[in-house]
Design a protein around this ligand. Structure first.
Ligand code: PLP
Length: 412
C-alpha cells in the first residue's frame, strides 16, 4: 500500500504524516513532530500541522502572529466598500501580475509609486515560493536568520542552496555587530533573507542597525530577501523602510494576513525588479495563474484604507502588550520574556519545561488555551505567545495559563 502512495523523487518521510500510513504503522504523530520536523522539507511544517490539528479545539487562542481579524462587515464599513461595487465584478480571468489599479495602490504605499515593481499573490507565501524558486540555484550561498519562518527556509533548502545562519543572539540594541555581519554575509553570497520584526521573537533592527545590515548586503552585492509581514507594528522602535527604495536588488514581501487583520482574504504581494517578476511567470502560469477578481477588488479598497485598518489593531496590540508585561511580572519564577520590539508575538521561555509540545497540548486539553510550541521555529525551550487578539481573549488565556503553571508547580 505504501508503495502506491509514493511519487518519484519524494522520499519516504513524507508519508509519516499520512493518516493511512500512521494507522498501518502505528507511528505516533506527536513523536514525529518532536523529532525536529521543522527542517525536513518533505513533511508539512510543524507550525501549520499544529494549527491544523489544534486550532479548532482552542477556546482562547493566544498564539497568533497576526492581529484580531476583521469581519467582512467591519471591513466594508471601514474601507467604504459598496455592495454595488462588488456586484460589478465580473468573474473572469485576472492577470498574472495583478490589475494596474491595485498594483498602483500597493506601490503608492510600499514601492515608491512604481506599479511595475509589484506583483499580487495568494498571501505572501505564494510570493515567497515563486520568487525564491525562480531566483535561487543549487549551490547558491544563502544567509538565513536563526529560527526563520518555515517558508523562507524551505524554498532555500529545497533549491539545494548552501545555507549560512545569521544568529539572532548577537543582535543588541537593534544592531548586529559589524564583525558578525562581515563573518556571515561574505563576498559571493547570493541572497540574504531577513524577517524583521522577526516571527516568533519580535526582535527587530533599529534605524542604525537597519542601515548597517542593508549596507553589508549591498557591499557583497547579494539579493536582499525582505519579509516585512509585521513591519508596521512596532513597540518603541521606528517602522523600517522597504529596502527596495535604496537597494534595487531587493525582493520585499507584504501581506494582509498580519497587521491588516485580513488573513482569510489570502492576499499578499512582492516588490521586486520587473524582470524578476516576469521570470516568475514560468512557474506561476503552471500553478496558481492569478487571483480572483473579487479578492482583488476587495484588496484594492483595503489597501486604500490601510491606516484605518492597521491603526486600531496596532493600538490594541500595544495595550495588550502592556497586559502581557504585567502578567510576566507576576510570574518571575516560571517564565522569561524578551519583550518584542515589533509585531504581535514573542517567545515566552519556560525554564524547567523540557517538552514544550507536551506542555502546549496539556494546556489546551485542560484549559482550552492555545500557544504554539517553539519547536515550530527550532526554539524548543519556549512557546509563541501572540498578543494581537481581542483583549478579553488574551486576558482569559493568560489567566488560564497562570492556573496551569500553578497546577504544574504544585505537582512538583
Ligand atoms: C514572517 C512571515 N512571512 C510570511 C508569512 C505568510 O503569510 P501569508 O501567506 O498569509 O501572507 C507568515 C505567516 O505566518 C509569516 O509569519
Amino acid at each position: 500500500m505504501l508503495a502506491d502512495l509514493r511519487t518519484p523523487g519524494v522520499r519516504f518521510p513524507a508519508y509519516n504524516h499520512c493518516p493511512l500510513f500512521r494507522q498501518q504503522s502505528g507511528v505516533d504523530l506527536s513523536r514525529v513532530l518532536n523529532d525536529g520536523a521543522v527542517s525536513t522539507p518533505q513533511r508539512p511544517p510543524v507550525l501549520e500541522e499544529w494549527y491544523r490539528r489544534q486550532l479548532h479545539r482552542a477556546e482562547f487562542d493566544i498564539s497568533s502572529s497576526g492581529v484580531q481579524p476583521y469581519s467582512f462587515a467591519e471591513l466594508r464599513r471601514i474601507a467604504g466598500i459598496e455592495q454595488e461595487d462588488l456586484d460589478r465584478v465580473v468573474m473572469d480571468d485576472s492577470t498574472s501580475q495583478g490589475p494596474q489599479e491595485l498594483r498602483q495602490a500597493i506601490a503608492d504605499r510600499y514601492a515608491g509609486g512604481r506599479a511595475d515593481h509589484v506583483m499580487v499573490t495568494h498571501g505572501s507565501s505564494e510570493a515567497i515560493a515563486l520568487t525564491l524558486a525562480t531566483v535561487l540555484e543549487p549551490g547558491d550561498r544563502v544567509v538565513l536568520p536563526d529560527s526563520v519562518y518555515h517558508s523562507l527556509g524551505h524554498f532555500v533548502r529545497e533549491r539545494g542552496c548552501a545555507v549560512r545562519t545569521l544568529p539572532l543572539g548577537p543582535l543588541s540594541q537593534g544592531a548586529f555587530p559589524e564583525s558578525v555581519l562581515d563573518e556571515v554575509i561574505t563576498p559571493g553570497t547570493r541572497a540574504v533573507v531577513a524577517n524583521f520584526p522577526h516571527n516568533p521573537t519580535g526582535r527587530t533592527l533599529s534605524g542604525a542597525g537597519y542601515d548597517s545590515f542593508v549596507r553589508r548586503v549591498a557591499e557583497v552585492g547579494a539579493l536582499l530577501v525582505w519579509d516585512a509581514a509585521t513591519a508596521e507594528i512596532t513597540h518603541g522602535t521606528e517602522v523600517l523602510p522597504n529596502p527596495a527604495h535604496s537597494y534595487p536588488r531587493t525582493i520585499a514581501y507584504g501581506t494582509f494576513s498580519k497587521v491588516f487583520g485580513l488573513p482569510g482574504l489570502r492576499f499578499g504581494w512582492c516588490v521586486a525588479a520587473p524582470e524578476l517578476i516576469e521570470a516568475t511567470f514560468a512557474l506561476r502560469d503552471r500553478t496558481t495563474l492569478f487571483l480572483s477578481p473579487l479578492v482583488e477588488r476587495i484588496a484594492l479598497h483595503a489597501m486604500r484604507a490601510a491606516p484605518r485598518l492597521i491603526g486600531p489593531r496596532a493600538q490594541q496590540a500595544r495595550r495588550n502588550l502592556a497586559l502581557v508585561d504585567a502578567w510576566v511580572a507576576r510570574h518571575p519564577d516560571s517564565v522569561a520574556w524578551q519583550r518584542p520590539q515589533g509585531g504581535v508575538c514573542g517567545l515566552l521561555r519556560l525554564p524547567g519545561v523540557e517538552d514544550t509540545e507536551a506542555f502546549c497540548r496539556e494546556l489546551l486539553d485542560r484549559h482550552g488555551t492555545l500557544l504554539v510550541p517553539g519547536t515550530a521555529f527550532d526554539l524548543p525551550d519556549g512557546v509563541r505567545l501572540g498578543f494581537g487578539g481581542a483583549e478579553r481573549e488574551l486576558s482569559e488565556g493568560l489567566a488560564r495559563l497562570s492556573d496551569f503553571l500553578r497546577t504544574r508547580e504544585s505537582r512538583r
